[in-house]
Design a protein around this ligand. Structure first.
Ligand code: AMP
Length: 606
């Protein structure tokens, strides 16, 4: 395999890096390697990067920015009267990076690792892969941005002792891995143009992501908007003009606001002076002073939100602030002094090394590329699932639908997990299978990422259905559902951007596995609710919570405990999952019958 390049496909800027003699090097596309993720049309000429960015303020209608925010959606973008999908625009950026890097390096670029925010959903990851494909690239791996940053930090740290992370080619003697200072935890705080991510990692011989959280809709653009709102208010007060919906004015002001925000990272105050703000009847002007203090208080809620996520990530990793050895700041927005100041209050300044926030993600991706192609095998990357993946099931009391987790959030990937559910009724014809991602117990609060149904052979109620989810290294989900012992199986390819395409790849029978097969023709009709499937253990737990104390309850609790142990052992240690499951189901059935009889008796008495 040839070189694998690392690409940070950012909301605002993108970067491409490659490993040379074991060290990552940013390829200086557009001068310094920080390439605006902007596409613009100049006549029939398609411009990408810095040249496109230069046109953004003057020709907003012919320019597309922040397309990363739309990845994974069905939204269409128009450029020169032509409609594009977000993947097409991202593909243009990727193609531009690779073409320009080719000109500089003299080497054709075919294989890449692309980074995404850890919080990106399955659809967003898929869309990113698709963009790579449309750019004619082989996407070897999608990795999380904070993970890439930590990988870069760890690489430099392991290679050259005390890190000089501003300069990835830092010289120094390379201690053997065993000479490292030992295991420690790092927190990566990544605030970019459009997204925020925070991850807690264990940094040892293996870099392991312990927790990852964030906000896909919080970034530098939001901070800019607050300044734009302030300017628009001033124009309204001064000239009586409402330019909020005037696209050319807002585009111009976005650029003005971003410039002011960046200046405020260096200066205590800036003068915003603009004489060419496009308005419906000629230009208008703005002149105002903005202090860093004012700007910080205008945007304090955003910073608070990021700090809350930091606390959440530590809680999920079950680590206190004292345990965090290093806090790495990533993303252009972390140049705002208030960010470091807020984090210093929690972690202290000694634990915050200077990392170049713009380049470390691409460099980490290049290191990952090197690891895949066999160039650098020191680190093994362990990544985690950003969301819980669950299956919709019906609650024990039949009153509502619930999400039964199959792969919990922050499980190391790649992972395959299966859970057993049960049918609701005798001779149930089909089971609806709805895959959700999200942390809520309730489907309506989570995101539906795939659905299909499994045609069932006639069977008793509670017939077990094993549903298996696989989450691969790119964070993409595959589902297999099987009616146990009845040779009914379905596999689903999930494309969450288009629910209609969420169909199964065809219901098929497993050859040779025909025990209990009933040859009766099955008509499939999926009725709302009636075909939902139950989560056996969840039902049993619900049942236990409602049972009065006594021998029956003890027996059910003991059987459930044995069943759960058997599921975990997956049939090892002489456990027979099927047998215990049958035992559990018949106990539950008995209990349901008793409850029904009691209910009938009560009704009769009334
Ligand atoms: P990224 O997505 O990591 O490229 O970050 C881009 C974001 O960082 C944009 O919102 C920029 O305006 C912002 N940014 C870049 N440099 C600075 C700076 N010196 N101070 C504040 N924000 C900055």
């Amino acid at each position: 395999m040839g070189k694998i390049y690392g690409i940070d496909l950012g909301t605002t800027n993108s970067c491409i890096s490659v490993l040379q003699e074991g060290r990552p090097h940013i390829i200086p596309v557009d001068g310094n390697g920080i390439v605006p993720s902007v596409v613009s049309l100049d006549g029939t000429n398609l411009l990408v990067g810095r040249k496109a960015w230069n046109r953004a303020a003057a020709f907003p209608e012919q320019t597309i920015r922040s397309v990363k925010r739309l990845m994974g959606t069905m939204e269409k973008l128009t450029l020169g009267g032509k409609e594009y999908e977000p993947e097409d625009i991202s593909a243009m950026i990727l193609r531009y990076l690779c073409d320009e890097a080719h000109k500089i390096e003299g080497r054709e670029i075919e294989n890449v690792v692309i980074t995404v925010p850890a919080y990106f959903s399955d659809a967003q990851r898929r869309a990113t892969m698709e963009a790579g494909k449309r750019a004619g690239l082989a996407v070897e791996r999608i990795i999380n941005e904070p993970t890439a940053a930590a990988l870069f930090y760890d690489h430099v740290f392991a290679s050259y002792g005390e890190p000089d992370l501003k300069n990835s080619s830092a010289k120094g003697s390379r201690p053997a891995p065993s000479q490292r200072t030992g295991e420690e935890y790092a927190l990566v705080y990544d605030l970019g143009g459009g997204t925020f991510d925070v991850s807690v990692l264990r940094m040892g011989e293996i870099i392991e992501v312990l927790a990852s959280t964030g906000d896909t809709h919080l970034g530098g653009d939001d901070f800019d908007k607050r300044i734009v709102t302030r300017i628009l208010r001033q124009i309204k007060e001064k000239d009586g003009l409402d330019l909020e919906d005037h696209v050319p004015a807002v585009a111009r002001l976005n650029a003005v606001a971003e410039k002011a925000k960046i200046s405020l990272s260096e200066k205590a105050s800036v003068r915003i002076e603009e004489t060419h703000i496009p308005a419906p009847k000629g230009n208008c002007t703005v002149s105002m002073e903005l202090s860093r203090e004012e700007f910080e208080s205008m945007t304090e809620d955003f910073v608070d939100r990021t700090v809350a996520s930091v606390e959440k990530a530590m809680e999920e990793a079950q680590l206190s602030a004292e345990k965090i050895g290093k806090v790495l700041l990533v993303g252009g927005m972390t140049r705002m002094p208030v960010i470091a100041a807020r984090l210093e209050k929690i972690f202290g300044s000694a634990r915050m090394p200077v990392v170049d926030p713009d380049l470390s993600v691409a460099n980490g991706a290049a290191i990952q590329g090197g690891i895949i192609s066999g160039e650098n095998c020191e680190q093994i990357l362990v990544d985690v699932t950003p969301h819980t993946l669950s299956l919709e099931s019906i609650s024990f009391d039949f009153e509502r639908l619930e999400c039964a987790p199959i792969i919990p959030r922050n499980t190391q990937i790649p992972v395959t997990r299966a859970r057993t559910f049960g049918t609701v009724s005798y001779h149930q014809k089909a089971a609806e299978l709805k895959v959700y991602q999200g942390e809520s117990h309730f489907p309506e609060d989570n995101t539906l990422i795939g659905e299909t149904y499994l045609e069932l052979a006639p069977a008793e109620a509670h017939c077990p259905i094993v549903v298996e989810y696989s989450y691969d290294l790119n964070g993409i989900v595959h589902m297999v559902a099987e009616q146990k012992g009845y040779s009914r199986k379905t596999e689903v390819r999930i494309d969450s951007r288009n629910p209609q395409l969420f169909s199964s790849q065809g219901l098929k029978e497993i050859e040779g596995d025909t025990e209990n097969e009933d040859e009766e023709e099955i008509e499939v009709e999926v009725e709302e609710g009636a075909n939902a499937i139950n989560f056996v253990t969840q039902h049993a737990r619900n049942m236990l919570s409602k049972m009065p104390a006594g021998e029956k309850k003890d027996v059910l609790a003991e059987t459930l405990a044995r069943y759960e142990r058997a599921l975990l052992d997956d049939g090892d240690d002489g456990n027979n999952v099927d047998e215990i499951e049958d035992e559990l189901l018949s106990l539950m059935e008995e209990e349901i019958e008793v409850a029904d009889e009691d209910a009938d008796d009560n009704a009769d008495e009334e």
